[in-house]
Design a protein around this ligand. Structure first.
Ligand code: PMP
Length: 433
């Protein structure tokens, strides 16, 4: 196979556990709209790119031109001079956040964004005690790894933070499975209060949460979950930090920032990934008094550099001008309905969940709740051979993740559903044989 020599070189110089998904790994060399092309000339419909930072698709003319124009003008990384687009971008994000007196600090990745948000919260509250949700993923640095609740992504048991985990929206594999929304939320709320009262020293800095858990398999809480949880936090003066790295900028369809769909105003939000459509950028938007805790350490050499800002402004313009939040809602609902139909016909689907263009399909051995990771591998390979790329995730690696760029059309959603239906019929027949 053509990619084998490159795979060997990759294995020799990069961490051994890095997951390249397919038996014959794909080398992507070009993208166009919602399609990508590999080094062997094969074309794929990209239904995972939304998560991989290509928020609105590949080679979108307005964004490509903005990057090209900025690259030909000036590429400096400095906090010593004013950058007009950086200020404009901060103003837009602050206004969209709904946080009063909001201020924005730009960095270069989701990890750095969450790390900064945790720094603000712990500094402000003068406590290193943090609450996080089970099944969370927040990054790869010392602090964000500590707040990550998936063992496979934990990396170390040493921690600068004192983290306690509370129940997330992942009802299917919680002790509260089977409860209806109201009872589930009440149970989670009760547990949160008990943990604060009995398992912490009483001066918790913050709760950090992803509105829809990304790596955790698109686990999505009931609508009242975050408002009820926040009402408990408010009683204790505990800050609420929303990790919007996957849910930001309209991907959930329902709101510009995922947490807004739950009617909650956080104290700080971390964002990254899709904001600059693949150019590295991240940041934190927070209450002004929290942000002021950064003090003397409020510099980031490349954070908010002109190239990233040009790409981000162009990306947010595309989302606004093409009404892509509404598209995420609309095409997301169509995809969701199609996946629900597939679930009704296939006993290996335990649950379909998500919001907008973040849809998870949990795969189990039919008739059980046992995760079927081998089946997920087959589904991914079969989809790939039919020209469809989707992702996998979840605490147990048994969730299909469907998250196309926000420019996805109805026709493309239908094509992906046709391929998925075919594949599920084939693997189900294989499983029964
Ligand atoms: N938070 C969430 C919710 C994420 O999904 C990720 C990346 N998967 C991160 C933080 C870390 O972002 P990065 O990989 O850009 O450091």
């Amino acid at each position: 196979m053509g990619t084998r020599p490159l795979l060997e070189r990759h294995r020799a110089v990069m961490p051994s556990w890095m997951n390249l998904y397919y038996e014959d790994p794909i080398e992507l060399v070009r993208g166009e709209g919602r399609h990508v092309f590999d080094s062997e000339g094969r074309r794929y419909l990209d239904f995972f790119g939304g998560l991989l930072a290509t928020m609105v698709g590949h080679d979108i003319p307005e964004i490509t031109e903005a990057i090209r124009e900025q690259a030909g003008r000036i590429l400096h990384t400095s906090t010593l001079y004013l950058v007009r687009r950086q200020v404009e971008l901060a103003e837009r994000i602050a206004a969209a956040s709904g946080i009063p007196d909001a201020k924005v600090f730009f960095v270069n990745s989701g990890t750095e964004a969450v790390e900064t948000a945790l720094l603000l919260a712990t500094q402000y509250r003068r406590s290193n005690q943090v609450l996080a949700l089970r099944g969370s993923y927040h990054g790869r640095s010392f602090g964000t790894v500590a707040a990550t609740g998936i063992r496979g992504w934990s990396a170390t048991s040493l921690s600068p933070l004192n983290v306690t985990y509370v129940h997330s929206g992942y009802r299917l594999r919680s002790p509260f499975r089977g409860l209806d929304d109201a009872a589930y939320v009440a149970a989670c709320k009760e547990e949160l209060r008990t943990i604060i009262e009995t398992a912490t020293a009483g001066d918790v800095a913050c709760l950090i949460a992803e509105p829809v858990q990304g790596a955790g398999g698109f686990a999505t809480p009931p609508p009242s979950f975050f408002a009820e949880m926040k009402s408990v936090l408010d009683e204790y003066g505990i800050l609420f930090v929303s990790d919007e790295v996957q849910t930001g900028f309209g991907r959930t369809g329902a709101a510009y920032f995922g947490i807004q769909a739950f009617g909650v105003r956080p104290d700080a939000m971390a964002f990254a990934k899709g904001i600059a459509n693949g150019v590295a950028m991240g940041g934190v938007v927070a209450r002004g008094d929290l942000m002021d805790c950064l003090g003397a350490n409020s510099i980031s050499t490349a954070g908010g550099n002109p190239l990233a800002c040009a790409a981000a402004v162009a990306t947010l313009d595309v989302i606004r001008d093409r009404d892509l939040q509404a598209n995420a809602d609309h095409v997301g609902a169509r995809l969701r309905a199609g996946l629900d139909r597939i679930a009704a016909d296939h006993a290996c689907v335990a649950e379909v969940r998500g919001m907008g263009l973040m849809i998870g399909v949990e795969i189990v051995t039919p008739g059980t709740t046992r995760p079927d990771t081998a089946l997920v591998t087959r589904i991914l390979e079969e989809c790939r051979s039919r020209g469809l790329l989707i992702g996998r995730g979840g605490l147990l690696g048994n969730v299909l993740r469907v998250t196309p760029p926000m420019t996805v059309t109805e026709e493309e959603a239908d094509e992906a559903l046709r391929i998925l239906t075919d594949v599920m019929d084939k693997v189900a027949a294989g499983a029964a044989a």
